[in-house]
Design a protein around this ligand. Structure first.
Ligand SMILES: O=P(O)(O)OC[C@H]1O[C@](O)(CO)[C@@H](O)[C@@H]1O
Length: 542
């Protein structure tokens, strides 16, 4: 594979692929040659440094890495998460074809469909008011207590699908910081609140601690006997849920072959289902399934996840771009960058290959972003004129949900398109000078000011366009990014499905708690850690 990457590096130079301005001037058909679509979801990658030679080499890279074979293994339930001995089957959760999916010789589809039906019945009971709290009042507020994959997906999707939200109000508590749950509970009445304790392992300290605080909130207000009416749980660890005391009829299971950051399609999606209803949740699954089928069957040049993954590797390993910016021009996708941060960085932030050897060169990039147009007034300065090149990934709907505010949506579209055009085109010194001249600034002053107004241009971006942010579109978008991470992980030769990198901090926090509490001396800790413990203890009030 390294030889293909080396050839790519030479090809970029030899074909001047990075000169986007020249490429667009030379080829009026460039847009139509470098885009791909699944139904209304269009991906324009013509503003990346690609040409036919580069794309052919990327296709060869994907083939040589064995991406298609690994993909088929994933869909068929092979234990590709080999450090944990698990299958990787989030795709089974949205397998609307019900094609059998075998794990350890057993078709899992019956279990998947049974949990989905149970979630649907429970969600509709809460939404209709039929399932009530302990005092007979309907549930008006639902609090999801979870963190990481048990939080980011439901939060992001609930915000994204606000126009479809016709169920109870939703709240999300994740942080161990007591401020999070305290600020949330302040606004709620125990009588009309349902808590969902969402944790794959049911051991995560943040979730378990917040769940105990919520339990005390209900017990203090309504008595111990009321607790069961106000709690439900989502987990793979049914024994641990039982020990917590949640009624088994209110427990929604999933399986160890669903990774936390891939779990929005499982019972972890329960808060979303309560918000938008089971029919819309079904459309969300349908959208993801359509992307799965596309990923499984479309040829490379038409295959959105294959292309997006190949371009991601190209940006990271050939062009050496260290980060990528996710820039949705959609306020309702405000948490999409944070969601993708976990999906991408927890999956591909690895430095050991499948053979236990150091990764050659780079693996996953830093992923970050904010919605437009807000980001324009914050960090876009650096994207346009900074010394690092940051590939940008824009997304924009043709339609909002506010027909009376169409003029605002048009402004949003114009801003989105203007950014990618500006990044690509830039502004030369001569152009900067002539603009100054037009304003009556010439001579030395123009010579002095012009360099500050130069934009290098040739900065890459990908733009996604779709009809409207519906449940089906959101499902397709998330599944697209999941598979992109998969493609990149196979080419990086890493296991994208474990997350050992989060363990060390957890272990040290457990050891530090008695030190922070003053029960144990800070001996054995480095002087910085010990000094910080002392500084915080000196400042402790009350
Ligand atoms: O659902 P759980 O088991 O509480 O885990 C929450 C999150 O914690 C992590 O394990 C990382 O600490 C994530 O992978 C996961 O999504």
């Amino acid at each position: 594979m390294q030889s293909i990457i080396d050839t790519l590096t030479k090809t970029v130079q030899a074909t001047r692929a990075e000169d986007l301005r020249a490429a667009f001037s030379a080829d009026p058909q460039r847009f139509s040659r470098f885009n791909a679509a699944l139904d209304d979801l269009l991906m324009d990658y013509s503003k990346c440094a690609v040409n036919d030679e580069v794309l052919d080499l990327l296709e060869e890279l994907v083939a040589t890495a064995g991406v298609a074979d690994k993909r088929d293994q994933m869909f068929s339930g092979a234990p590709i998460n080999f450090t944990e001995g698990r299958a990787v089957l989030h795709t089974a959760l949205r397998n609307r074809s019900n094609r059998p999916v075998m794990v350890d010789g057993r078709d899992v589809m019956a279990d998947v469909n049974a949990v989905l039906a149970a979630m649907g019945a429970f969600a509709e009971g809460i939404r209709s008011g039929e399932t009530k709290g302990a005092t007979g009042k309907a549930i008006t507020d639902v609090v999801n207590i979870g963190i990481g994959g048990s939080d980011l997906g439901p939060v992001m999707a609930t915000l994204a699908l606000a126009p479809f939200h016709d169920g109870p109000r939703l709240h999300f508590v994740s942080n161990i910081d007591g401020a999070h749950i305290a600020d949330t509970l302040k606004t709620l009445s125990a009588e009309t609140t349902l808590f969902i304790v969402a944790s794959k392992t049911f051991t995560t300290i943040e979730t378990m601690t917040n769940a105990q605080t919520a339990r005390a909130f209900v017990a203090d207000a309504l008595g111990e006997a009321a607790v069961g009416h106000h709690f439900c749980a989502v987990s793979t660890a049914l024994d641990k849920v039982a020990a917590f005391g949640i009624d088994p009829t209110r427990v929604f299971g999933f399986w160890d072959w669903v990774g936390g950051r891939y779990s929005i399609w499982s019972a972890i999606g329960l808060p979303l289902m309560i918000a938008i209803g089971s029919d819309h949740f079904g459309e969300f699954l349908d959208g993801a399934h359509a992307m799965d089928e596309h990923f499984r069957t479309a040829p490379f040049r038409d295959n959105l996840p294959m292309l997006l993954g190949a371009l991601g590797v190209y940006h990271r390993k050939v062009l050496n771009y260290a980060t990528r910016a996710i820039l949705p021009y959609d306020q309702r996708l405000s948490r999409f960058p944070a969601y993708l941060q976990q999906l991408d960085m927890e999956s591909n932030g690895k430095s050991v290959t499948v053979d236990g050897k150091p990764v050659a060169g780079a693996s996953g990039p830093v992923v970050w972003g904010e919605p437009g147009t807000n980001g324009q007034h914050a960090f876009y300065q650096l994207i346009h004129q900074g010394t690092s090149v940051i590939p940008a990934e824009f997304m924009i709907a043709a339609n909002g949900f506010e027909p009376d505010l169409r003029h605002q949506h048009e402004l949003l579209i114009a801003n989105c398109l203007a950014q990618s055009e500006a990044l690509m085109k830039g502004r030369t010194l001569a152009e900067a000078k002539s603009q100054l001249t037009a304003k009556g600034i010439a001579g030395e002053e123009a010579d002095f000011l012009a360099p500050h107004r130069v934009f290098s241009g040739n900065r890459p971006s990908i733009t996604f366009v779709y009809d409207q942010l519906t449940p089906s579109t959101l499902g397709r978008l998330i599944a697209l990014y999941e598979h992109r991470v998969f493609v990149e992980g196979v080419i990086f030769r890493i296991n994208s499905f474990d997350q050992w990198g989060v363990e060390l901090g957890k272990e040290l926090a457990t050891g530090l708690l008695p030190v922070v509490q003053g029960k144990v001396a800070a001996t054995g800790h480095d002087s910085s850690t010990a000094g910080l413990v002392a500084a915080l203890s000196e400042r402790k009030m009350g």
